[in-house]
Write a protein that binds this ligand. Structure first.
Ligand SMILES: [Fe+2]
Length: 360
């Protein structure tokens, strides 16, 4: 394999216009399945955004815990929605339970950068002109003082998760819709669907990890297997792959705070243990999809999965204008319409054929 390091997978957005940047990155991304955009969050804003994430992380966890507690105490959905101590939001679908509010409501400063022009242009180039951000959550990694044998526990959805480990610990997987565990395994109330193997050679979604701390082999850098987005296999189903051990061709992402790591959802990747005793790895993760993918059609009774956590009309109103198009699909009271570039595309297609019809 071509030697890969941060010098050839990192693209400094300050050097290019959004269109130039997308053109420059596209081939690399298609070949290797990932890239890093540098300087997306300006250096002078990093501390502020990082502090905001740390504060939000606690509020989001507390909100989830309180929701679970009050649900257990027998409160109705109406009571839960009206509870002033809880930040729950109505689903845009009738007869679905309320979900915790989308994390973006606690990330006001971060929301100013999420629709960065270079990032949006690139996502449009790879996916389509009408985009949906359907998952968004904080993904910090606490530093681990004592390395230990890998330990697993089953999470609330019955899926195995590693809770601590050492520098050799891995949790290889691909992301939805290329995640065969589908957030719920055999549970029809939680399973959100997954594509069957072998996967078509096509990018269905982009995973973005926004780093607010420098990340490398000592600081929670994500492990990836370059080019694995083209493999005809998946680590979560293959009997030949150990999902919990290193893979020969793996590399670990190195990126400066303010960078965004972007990967095809098919790329094999794994979180790492944060060996930096002095600091948490601070990051926000989001998953972007084209307009046509069924991002929220299933698991209609799930309260706690991270899929399409809703926004109220008021939350939506307070979003930065340029972010609204990617989040309008989360709001019950906002019309989610096919967006202008697609309307223009259709309109142009019709106009181009009218002459032929008239000549009949
Ligand atoms: Fe993942």
């Amino acid at each position: 394999m071509k030697i890969l390091n941060n010098n050839n997978y990192t693209f400094n957005i300050d050097k290019f216009t959004p269109v130039e940047c997308s053109l420059k990155v596209e081939n690399f991304f298609n070949e290797f399945g990932f890239c890093v955009f540098e300087n997306v969050i300006p250096q002078n804003k990093i501390l502020q955004v990082k502090e905001e994430i740390l504060v939000a992380d606690k509020k989001i966890r507390d909100n989830l815990e309180l929701y679970k507690k009050e649900l257990k105490a027998g409160k109705s959905d109406e009571e839960l929605l009206n509870d002033k101590n809880l930040e729950l939001r109505e689903s845009k679908y009738k007869n679905r339970p309320p979900k915790p509010a989308n994390d973006i409501i606690w990330l006001k400063e971060y929301s100013n950068y999420l629709a960065n022009e270079h990032i949006v242009e690139f996502a449009k180039k790879i996916l389509d002109d009408h985009l949906k951000i359907s998952q968004l959550h904080i993904k910090n990694i606490a530093s681990q003082d004592n390395l230990s044998k890998s330990n697993i526990k089953l999470d609330d959805f019955g899926l195995p998760r590693i809770i601590n480990g050492n520098e050799k610990t891995r949790e290889w997987h691909t992301d939805w819709p290329h995640d065969p565990w589908a957030y719920g395994a055999g549970n029809e109330n939680e399973n959100i669907g997954s594509l069957r193997l072998p996967y078509p050679d096509f990018t269905f979604g982009l995973v973005m990890l926004w780093f607010l701390t420098d990340t490398d082999e000592n600081s929670g850098g994500t492990f990836i297997v370059p080019k694995s987005h083209k493999f005809k296999d998946n680590p979560r189903v293959s009997t030949n792959i150990s999902v919990v051990s290193p893979i020969e061709d793996e590399i670990q992402i190195k990126a400066k705070a303010g960078s965004v790591f972007v990967q095809d959802t098919r790329l094999w990747h794994s979180s790492s243990i944060n060996l930096n005793k002095n600091q948490k790895r601070v990051a926000v993760l989001n998953r972007w999809y084209p307009w046509w993918l069924s991002v929220d059609d299933y698991a209609p009774q799930s309260r706690f999965n991270v899929v399409c956590r809703p926004l109220s009309k008021n939350d939506y109103k307070n979003l930065p204008e340029k972010l609204k198009p990617m989040l309008s699909h989360l709001c019950p009271n906002v019309k989610d319409l096919i967006q202008k570039p697609l309307l223009e595309r259709s309109s142009k297609a019709v106009k181009s054929k009218i002459k032929q019809y008239k000549e009949l």
